[in-house]
Design a protein around this ligand. Structure first.
Ligand SMILES: NC(=O)c1ccc[n+]([C@@H]2O[C@H](COP(=O)([O-])OP(=O)(O)OC[C@H]3O[C@@H](n4cnc5c(N)ncnc54)[C@H](O)[C@@H]3O)[C@@H](O)[C@H]2O)c1
Ligand SMILES: O=P(O)(O)OC[C@H](O)CO
Length: 334
C-alpha cells in the first residue's frame, strides 16, 4: 500500500530538464522544493506558475512545488536531492553545502556531463565531496527530451544505481501517466554512456552542418555505438546489454532529434559558427562541449580507439577545421 505522506524532494536547477522533471514529479504524491539560480525566474514562477525561461507552457502546481533561491533551504528537509544543473556549473550551484547537509539523503544525478575540474562522473564527485554513500546514489538516464515530456508524449527513463533498491525507489517517483521508469544496476556504465552520446551528437550535428547525409550519419552512429562499448568496457567492465534504451536509445534520440542541444550545437559548428557564437545562439547548454575534454583526458590512461571523440576534441579544442577533421574521420569508419 502506498503511503499518503508526500515524498520530500529537492530539485536543483532552473533549465529545461529540471522543469520537465518538476512536471513529472507533480503527477505523484510529492512535495518538491525547487531551487533556481535566477531570482527573477523564481519570482516569476511564484507569481505566474510557469518557468518563463524554459518550457514556459508547463504549468507549475504551487500546492506541490515551492520555489526558492537559497540552496540550504531547498535541500533541508528533502529525502531525495535531484541535481539538474549542467555539470560545469553544479559545484557553483551547491556552494556552501557540506557533507552534513547531505547526511541521510539520496542524491540523484539528472546530469549527463562530467565535472570539468576533476574529470569525474557526477555521482563519483557527489560521493567524494559530500560523503554520499554508494547505496544512496543514482542517475536518471534514457532517451527523454524535456520538450516531449512537456507535451506529455510517452517516454521511458532508466534509473541506474549500484544496487537495486535505490534505483527502484527513484523509478517509483518518476513513473507517471506518460513516463515509465525502470531500474538498472549499472550506474557507471550508464553515466559514461550518457556522457559519450552527447559527444557523438556533436559529431552528428557537425557532419549535418557540413552537408553529409543520412547514409553517412547511420554509419557514424553505428561506429559510435562500438566506440561507446570499447570505452565503457575499458573504464568500467561488467556484463551489460548496450542495446537497451539507456544506452542505444539515448544515443539515437540525441543523434536524430531536432530537440537535441548537442546536435544543434554541432550543426552550428559544422556551418561555420565559432564556439562562442554557437553558444550565444542557443539559450541552452550542450554538455558534450565540456565532456569531450574530460573523456579525451581520461582516455589518455585507457588508450581506447575513439576516432569520433578524437575528431570532436580536435575541432572544439585544437582549432582543427570541421571539414578537414570529418574528411579524415570518413576513412576511419566502416
Ligand atoms: N533537456 C533535456 O531534455 C535533458 C534530458 C536529460 C538530461 N538532461 C541533462 O540535464 C542537465 C541540465 O540540462 P538542461 O537541458 O536542463 O539545461 P538547459 O540547456 O535547458 O538550460 C541551461 C541551464 O544551465 C544553467 N546555466 C547556464 N549558464 C550557467 C552558469 N554560468 N552558471 C550556472 N548555471 C548556468 C541555466 O540556469 C539552466 O538551468 C544537463 O546535464 C543535461 O545533459 C537534459
Ligand atoms: O539530446 P540533448 O543533447 O538535448 O540531450 C538531452 C538528453 O540527454 C536526451 O536524453
Amino acid at each position: 500500500m502506498k503511503s499518503s505522506t508526500p515524498v520530500k524532494i529537492a530539485m536543483i536547477g532552473g533549465g529545461s530538464w529540471a522543469t520537465a522533471l518538476i512536471k513529472i514529479l507533480s503527477e505523484g504524491n510529492n512535495s518538491v522544493r525547487w531551487w533556481l539560480r535566477s531570482k527573477t525566474d523564481a519570482d516569476h514562477i511564484r507569481q505566474f506558475h510557469h518557468n518563463r525561461s524554459y518550457l514556459s507552457d508547463v504549468q507549475i502546481n504551487p500546492r506541490k512545488v515551492k520555489v526558492c533561491t537559497k540552496i540550504r533551504e531547498a535541500i533541508r528537509d528533502a529525502d531525495f536531492v535531484i541535481l539538474a544543473v549542467p555539470a560545469a556549473f553544479i559545484a557553483e550551484a551547491l556552494t556552501g553545502l557540506t557533507p552534513t547537509h547531505f547526511a541521510g539523503k539520496h542524491v540523484v544525478s539528472a546530469i549527463k556531463g562530467m565535472i570539468p575540474a576533476t574529470n569525474q562522473l557526477v555521482t563519483d564527485w557527489a560521493e567524494e565531496t559530500y560523503n554520499v554513500p554508494k547505496d544512496h546514489l543514482s542517475c536518471i538516464a534514457g532517451p527523454c527530451h524535456a520538450e516531449e515530456v512537456a507535451l506529455e508524449k510517452q517516454s521511458y527513463l532508466t534509473i541506474a544505481s549500484t544496487g537495486n533498491e535505490c534505483a527502484q525507489r527513484v523509478s517509483d517517483l518518476l513513473t507517471c501517466r506518460f513516463v515509465q521508469a525502470s531500474p538498472l544496476n549499472d550506474l557507471y556504465g550508464v553515466e559514461y554512456s550518457a556522457v559519450m552520446k552527447n559527444i557523438i551528437a556533436l559529431a552528428c550535428g557537425i557532419t549535418h552542418g557540413l552537408g553529409y547525409g543520412d547514409n553517412f550519419q547511420a554509419v557514424l552512429v553505428s561506429n559510435a555505438m562500438q566506440e561507446i562499448r570499447r570505452f565503457v568496457d575499458a573504464v568500467y567492465p561488467m556484463e551489460r546489454d548496450l542495446s537497451r534504451s539507456a544506452y542505444l536509445g539515448d544515443l539515437l534520440v540525441t543523434a536524430y532529434s531536432p530537440f537535441s542541444r548537442n546536435r544543434t550545437f554541432g550543426t552550428l559548428i559544422g556551418r561555420g559558427y565559432t564556439i562562442q557564437s554557437a553558444q550565444t545562439e542557443m539559450n541552452m547548454i550542450a554538455e558534450g562541449y565540456y565532456a569531450v575534454r574530460s573523456i579525451y583526458a581520461i582516455n589518455s590512461t585507457y588508450q581506447v580507439r575513439m576516432p569520433i571523440v578524437d575528431a570532436v576534441y580536435r575541432i572544439l579544442y585544437e582549432g582543427a577545421t570541421p571539414t578537414a577533421e570529418m574528411a579524415l574521420l570518413k576513412g576511419k569508419l566502416v
